[in-house]
Write a protein that binds this ligand. Structure first.
Ligand code: NAI
Length: 700
């Protein structure tokens, strides 16, 4: 027995080392030191002639233990282990099943032979966490498969199937039957007469033209020009071509450690770890969830149809209720078209499409929703309509059924008060398109039962969503912060900027699209309708910009009408700056008596992003979001905030809250207190020298 997480046993002259560290055999310090010890034991054991490394449970080592990344590196380091495996005096066979990723795959690469199950996947996804392989991956993989395939795997970070890995030479054997038996058989072959272990590190790297690296750098920049790790990974692979193994490994380690300590890696880790963090809601861990076996969706429009698809995709039968046959048929037709598009793309089989469509039962009868476990309402955004629907639901739904609303802005507590069971009412705010977008804001009211919250959080995960629990307020977390950015973007236009300049500055910041291009894509009428519905909330004397209304009044509703903030050539979605819009904006500024000025990109980014951060601070202080990570996960998964910045609040922490506060105060002096009064939490944290993420005390 080598250690608590490594089992050492002998099968004749073969030592079988089994890593048993659930759930995914991550390479924690115990696993590293246990394996190292076991390898040494096998080397010393005179009865042993070869070694098999395998894993218990559902997967081979699936990667590093990401939670250790924020600590100083702890001995033994992974390179020490991979070196020990490669240099072992007896052949070592790696037996791969599940996902052999990152450090797990590096252990396999350092072994002398790799056997994988048909279903196994291998890969080096380190760049996705802002680092590069740090235990020989960039030096050994090119020796095994050649530079072009190594570049593809390491710079792209995507995993490949065992079959693909076999084809390029990254694994030596793919087996259909029992993996351990096959691995032991392979080990026996390796100790046969006339056979010697092949050490990956001693293979030469097949030379390639320098242009191969230039092309890879250009392609990486074109894909995501902000990311540093892919470029560094290319440098490391280039080092494999230029340096002897030992020096190459040293170079790789240096580059790895630099990346590991970089702000981008910290941000990407936050984005990654945040996905599981948001699921652990303070106070809910012990609360049992209700069983959700059947659901109903009310309204088969844009959102209702997408939500029904989400449930069907998760294998949950769903009743889809509409008000009349025409709307129902239209809804079902859209759902069918959606599935057919997936079949045409090859991402869904015809059989699977039929199976999922059968799970969706269209109806016009209220009676059909009477005995489901959860009802998600996605009817018109109008309190009178919602009220009527919830009164009806209250009368008809079985006791204990959860009544959820998909409202974007309406008060969930008010909706709940239309029923005699407010404890069962909750918001489930899906994002459009509901079957694509990963974010789900689950909205609690003061009266929602903890059990109901636990249920919708668990259900969100089952639907493949990143579910974030938020409190009730205008726009919840996402849209409330978005409103800040939208307002500033409009103000910037009337002060001197143009849509293309604002968009370019925010794309440069890292958003995939700027707010005006996004508006054109989504349809400007959504915001226009929203402005009309909320006109009564605008306070007299408080600055307002009605440019959106003016654009919409021209019939320019975005891409769907061929023009919005930009114009579009038929059949082409590329936004083209439009003089007509420039003239409209300039005339608007003139009418308002605003002298247009040159606005630099820094101001654009600060006003659009800091206004959101300031709002995020208020959201935290009010307890609408319990933790900074909740706010960040909303923005990372629902609004395209760049993951390498970790989320708006993580970004603010990295930048320094002092800088955010100073800029906010500056804009407050310049534009007045209506929109720029610094959040008291922001002031408080700066005074204490703390960050958002250090603020661990939860509001009462
Ligand atoms: P929509 O207008 O596309 O669809 C609403 C559907 O509800 C219509 O088909 C209508 O016939 C049906 N309906 C009306 N009264 C009904 C009733 N009593 N019973 C059953 N069906 C009824 O609207 P959309 O965009 O799907 O929005 C629905 C809800 O989702 C709204 O509360 C909206 O604020 C919210 N939402 C919308 C998002 C979007 O991007 N469109 C994003 C997130 C939330």
């Amino acid at each position: 027995m080598a250690s608590a997480v490594i089992n050492y046993r002998r099968d004749g002259e073969i030592a079988v080392l089994t890593v048993d560290h659930p759930p995914v055999n991550a390479l924690s310090r115990d696993v590293r030191s246990g394996l190292l010890e076991a390898i040494r034991q096998a080397e010393e054991d005179a009865a042993v002639r070869a070694v098999v490394i395998r894993c218990a449970g559902r997967t081979f080592i699936a990667g590093a233990d990401v939670s250790e990344f924020d600590l100083p590196p702890q001995e033994p380091h992974l390179p020490e282990l991979t070196q020990a495996i490669e240099n072992a005096c007896k052949p070592v066979v790696a037996a791969l099943h599940g996902t052999a990723l990152g450090g797990g795959f590096e252990i396999a690469l350092a072994s002398h032979y790799r056997v994988a199950t048909v279903a196994a996947k291998v890969g080096l996804p380190e760049v996705k966490l802002g680092v590069i392989p740090g235990a020989g991956g960039t030096q050994r993989l090119p020796r095994l498969v050649g530079v072009p395939d190594a570049l593809r795997m390491i710079v792209g970070g995507e995993s490949i199937t065992a079959k693909q890995a076999f084809e390029i030479g990254a694994v030596d054997e793919v087996v259909d039957g029992d993996l351990e038996t096959a691995a032991i058989a392979a080990a026996r072959r390796l100790i046969g007469p006339g056979v010697s272990p092949r050490r990956t590190g001693s293979l030469p790297v097949a030379p390639v033209a320098a242009a191969v690296f230039d092309d890879a750098r250009n392609a990486a920049r074109a894909r995501q020009r902000h990311l540093q790790a892919p470029l560094v990974a290319i440098d490391a692979i280039a080092a494999a071509c230029e340096l002897p193994l030992e020096e190459g490994l040293r170079r790789e380690r240096e580059l790895f450690l630099e990346r590991r300590a970089s702000p981008q890696a910290a941000a990407l880790r936050n984005a990654f770890l945040g996905q599981s963090e948001v699921a652990k809601v303070p106070g809910l861990s012990e609360v049992p969830a209700r069983d959700i076996a059947r659901v109903a969706v009310l309204g088969g429009g844009t959102m209702g149809g997408g939500i029904a698809i989400c449930f069907a995709n998760a294998g949950i039968p769903v009743v889809l209720k509409e008000v009349d046959a025409t709307a129902l048929e239209r809804g079902v037709a859209t759902i069918r078209k959606n599935y057919q598009a997936s079949v045409a793309r090859g991402t869904l089989s015809e059989d699977e499409m039929h199976r999922r469509l059968e799970l969706i039962r269209p109806t016009l009868a209220w009676q059909d929703v009477a005995d489901v476990d959860l009802i998600v309402e996605a009817v018109f955004e109008d309190m009178a309509v919602k009220r009527e629907v919830f009164e009806q639901l209250d009368a008809i739904a079985r006791p204990g059924a959860i009544l959820a609303t998909n409202t974007s802005y309406l008060d969930v507590a008010e909706i709940a008060s239309c029923t005699r069971r407010p404890q069962d009412v909750v918001g489930m705010h899906f994002f459009s398109p509901a079957n694509v977008m990963r974010l789900l804001e689950n909205v609690r009211t003061e009266r929602t039962a903890p059990e109901v919250l636990a249920t919708v959080m668990k259900l969100g995960r089952k639907l493949g969503k990143i579910a974030v629990l938020v409190g009730g307020c205008d726009g919840f977390v996402g849209n409330r912060m978005l409103a800040q950015r939208t307002r500033e973007a409009w103000f910037l236009l009337e002060e001197g900027a143009l849509p293309q300049q604002v968009d370019a500055a925010l794309v440069d910041f890292g958003f995939p699209m700027g707010p005006f291009a996004v508006g054109d894509l989504a349809g400007l009428d959504i915001g226009w309708r929203n402005r009309k519905a909320r006109a009564h909330l605008r306070k007299p004397g408080v600055r307002d910009c009605d440019l959106l209304d003016q654009v919409c009044e021209l019939g320019r509703l975005g891409q769907k009408t061929g023009a919005g903030w930009y114009r579009y050539e038929p059949g082409n979605r590329t936004p083209i700056p439009d003089v007509a819009i420039e003239e409209l904006i300039v005339a608007h500024s003139q009418r308002k008596g605003i002298v247009r000025r040159v606005i630099d990109d820094r101001e654009i980014v600060e006003r659009c992003v800091f206004s959101m951060i300031n709002e995020g601070a208020k959201i935290l202080a009010e307890g609408v979001a319990a933790r900074p990570v909740d706010v960040d996960m909303v923005w990372l998964n629902g609004y395209g905030f760049p993951s390498w910045r970790g989320g708006p609040l993580f970004y603010a922490d990295q930048l320094g809250l002092q800088e955010v506060l100073a800029a906010t105060e500056n804009y407050c002096r310049q534009f007045g207190p209506d929109f720029w009064t610094p959040a008291s939490l922001l002031r408080e944290l700066v005074a204490k020298g703390q960050t958002f993420y250090q603020r661990t005390v939860l509001p009462a």
